[in-house]
Design a protein around this ligand. Structure first.
Ligand code: NAD
Length: 276
């Protein structure tokens, strides 16, 4: 079983750099799939109120028998629960579904700038942090502008910013900003949802050199950049394959070749425009 490295957050907490994401996993399949991931050695699960499968993630955690302090559980406050009180109530609801006393990381899922509530939501997150119901707080899909407002109007620097990031959407400026501010970058859709990326000739050449799959090459690229990732799969072989990324290293030349694949091409919505 691979040893997964940790990244130290600005709170002092250590998060496993590789985890398992459960977006778009049918609730009916979630408990079994998360169980497979935990058996394979994953100890970090990324879920969200929006995904509708927190209860099933909780079932898998309970069935695993793994000690709570060996697991890192992240969930996210849904877009419908922005606001000081609503955000705290949403965390209570997530904890009830997960069957946990606390989560390791609670994120604002999207800023929804049009609603102009994310500063109030963040103040609710600070309260939740003080209550111990979450050990760390962070954001997702925040731009520099949104983070600057939090810096000016609140007291807590987010521990992480979870953003769309893969070789076709490399987010160089956002990563550099996060780094300057001591915010860890989490990369969502790290393998570009498997669509239109994994058959790129640049990746196939590198994969052949290392006798790895193109998915493993991209996941390794993230590890070497220092990104926190949680690829999703419902296929047991792929769940295990996505962990086998610690027994090879990409050269500087290979890292540069992947850097050259950036197209600033989003798969998901633009955070400045997304408003639902
Ligand atoms: P991903 O990049 O992890 O891709 C998952 C897809 O890639 C799978 O459905 C499968 O089709 C394919 N795949 C997986 N392993 C493979 C392999 N070894 N070989 C070939 N194909 C493979 O996409 P994702 O699920 O969108 O992102 C990962 C996680 O990020 C999510 O589960 C979720 O936790 C998080 N996320 C967060 C946000 C956000 O707004 N904060 C948005 C999207 C995703």
């Amino acid at each position: 079983m691979s040893t997964i490295p940790g990244i130290t957050l600005n709170s002092g907490a250590m998060i496993p750099q590789l985890g398992f994401g459960v977006f778009q996993i049918d609730p009916e399949d979630t408990a079994e799939t998360v169980g497979t991931a935990l058996d394979a050695g994953y100890r970090h699960i990324d879920t969200a109120q929006m995904y509708g499968n927190e209860a099933e993630v909780g079932q898998a955690i309970a069935a695993s028998g793994i000690a709570r302090d060996e697991l890192w559980i992240t969930t996210k406050c849904n877009n419908s629960h922005h606001g000081y009180d609503d955000a705290q109530a949403a965390l209570d609801e997530s904890l009830r579904k997960l069957g946990l006393d606390d989560v390791d990381l609670y994120l604002i899922h999207w800023p929804l700038p049009g609603k102009d509530l994310y500063v109030q939501t963040w103040k609710g997150f600070e309260k939740a942090l003080a209550s111990g119901k979450t050990k760390n707080i962070g954001v997702s899909n925040f731009t520099e502008e949104h983070l600057e407002r939090l810096a000016q109007e609140t007291d807590t620097v987010p521990a992480v910013n979870q953003i769309e990031l893969h070789p076709h959407m490399q987010q160089m400026a956002m990563r550099a900003y996060d780094q300057r501010k001591g915010i860890a970058t989490e990369a969502w859709s790290p393998i570009g949802q498997g669509k239109g990326l994994l058959d790129a000739p640049e990746l196939e050449g590198i994969a052949t050199t290392h006798d790895k799959s193109t998915a493993q090459v991209v996941l390794r690229w993230h590890m070497q950049l220092g990104n926190i990732i949680f690829p999703k799969s419902v296929t047991p072989e792929r769940i295990r394959e996505n962990m086998e990324i610690f027994d090879f290293e990409l050269s500087d030349e290979e890292m540069e070749s992947i850097a050259g694949m950036d197209k600033a091409q989003r798969l998901g919505p633009d955070p400045d425009e997304f408003d639902r």
